[in-house]
Design a protein around this ligand. Structure first.
Ligand code: NDP
Ligand code: MG
Length: 392
């Protein structure tokens, strides 16, 4: 029986993970559930899954959660705060951690799970982008397993030899990430003036949290995924390509030197990747509808438009610059996306804020978590300064 910690349990990925867990009560148990401030949603999940531990990220919500669980007569222990998340991720209460907190807030707990040798189901791509070298070292030190949950990386993992994501000597020429193109695929730059948050989060194929939905609309999501692929699979930037595939059926492809191209296909439903990660190397039902190829009829592939969607090029720039550049890119993006969702920043200015922040920041080689936390903080301040100067 796998004891699973779901960090980000009240989110979109957390909900999909719990759906798969609930389908297999003999195999999986949700032993730890964590969220940020959604006390009622987390309490409802505790009533359903009876975890040993519930962690609430914001300490101000601790008493409300404890009172709510007490009133429901649950024995679930309650802890709170960023350090409690780290402790939970590394604790004996779980052997598997679903890292599904959004943004840099998930970094420390993701690293802790890796260092503790857990099976790490990694959805929190921002953690890899910020701290790829640290995550790799933590995985090596902990001796656990990383199962990528981002659908593209899960697809690549499935298409790589031995399903282990080891490119060395495997005859791999290229990793090809597919991108849906988001809600504004095919539009020109001047057609993106005045885009509202509600338009940006209306993704055509996937139901996701608001931050990643905006990232999909700017193509920064794909940029973050290029960096994620680099760190997860040790692939050079030039060996990672992006193609736009509007149907989101082919989740990504691996091109080999002999001309073979392996792809993983499926309906766009994150439960496939989560079931794969939970049960690996076995397969279990995920509740996902079978793929109907005849109903689909055709699959299309197009080149991305780098002039309209500049975030993709900025991500390649940060990856090639190396060191702390991806962490700076990520921090500036988180700040700009939050401001956009708040109605404070125009959609097209997201890329400008990120570029200005990269331009203004001196880069360093990645050393440790404390350095990256400081890099993240400084880049957030720089991004805010850039926004005030230019757009607010
Ligand atoms: P959501 O916004 O739906 O959920 C985010 C979750 O993180 C919530 O449970 C939230 O809790 C929790 N959280 C946020 N901040 C903190 C914090 N400081 N401390 C503790 N918990 C926190 O996001 P998604 O599920 O869409 O995305 C999660 C991650 O997975 C992201 O990194 C995203 O890029 C990645 N991903 C998502 C995909 C998807 O289909 N959704 C696909 C591929 C990757 P609360 O409810 O209390 O705020
Ligand atoms: Mg993805």
């Amino acid at each position: 029986m796998r004891q699973v910690a779901v960090l980000g349990a009240t989110g979109s990925i957390g909900g999909s993970a719990l759906d798969v867990i609930a389908r297999h009560p003999q195999r999986f148990r949700a032993s730890v559930l964590a969220a940020h401030r959604s006390v009622e949603a987390l309490a409802a999940l505790c009533e359903r899954f009876h975890p040993d531990l519930a962690v609430i990220g914001d300490p101000a919500c601790e008493e409300a959660l404890r009172a709510r669980l007490g009133a429901a007569g649950l024995a679930t222990r309650v802890t709170a705060g960023a350090e409690a998340l780290v402790e939970a991720a590394a604790s004996d209460r779980c052997d598997t951690v679903v890292a599904a907190i959004v943004g840099a807030a998930g970094l420390a707990s993701t690293l802790a799970a890796a260092r503790a040798g857990k099976r790490l189901l990694l959805a929190n791509k921002e953690a890899v982008v910020m701290a790829g070298p640290l995550l790799r070292a933590a995985l090596q030190a902990g001796g656990g397993e990383l199962l990528p949950i981002d659908s593209e990386h899960n697809a690549l993992f499935q298409c790589l030899p031995n399903g282990r994501g080891d490119l060395s000597g495997a005859g791999v020429r290229r990793l090809i990430l597919t991108a849906s193109g988001g809600p504004f695929r095919g539009r020109r730059r001047d057609e993106l003036v005045g885009i509202t948050p509600e338009q940006a989060v209306a993704h055509p194929n996937w139901r996701m949290g608001r931050k990643i939905s905006v990232d999909s609309a700017t193509l920064m999501n794909k940029g973050l995924e290029v960096i994620e692929a680099h760190f997860l699979f040790d692939a050079a930037p030039d060996a990672i390509d992006v193609v736009v595939h509007p149907q989101s059926i082919v989740h990504s492809l691996v091109e080999y030197t002999d001309g073979s191209v392996l792809a993983q296909l499926g309906n766009p439903d994150m439960r496939t990747a989560l079931a794969y990660g939970l049960a690996w190397p076995e397969r279990v039902a995920a509740g996902v509808a079978p793929l109907d190829l005849l109903a689909l009829g055709r699959l299309e592939f197009q080149a991305p438009d780098p002039d309209t969607f500049r975030c993709l090029a900025l991500a390649y720039r940060a990856l090639r610059a190396g060191g702390t550049a991806p962490a700076v890119l990520n921090a500036a993006n988180e700040v700009a996306v939050a401001a956009f969702l708040d109605g404070q920043l125009p959609f097209l200015a997201i890329a400008e804020v990120i570029e200005a922040t990269l331009d203004a920041t001196a880069l360093e080689p990645v050393r440790d978590l404390a350095q990256l936390v400081q890099t993240d903080l400084t880049a957030r301040h720089t991004a805010q300064r850039m926004m005030r100067r230019s757009f607010c």
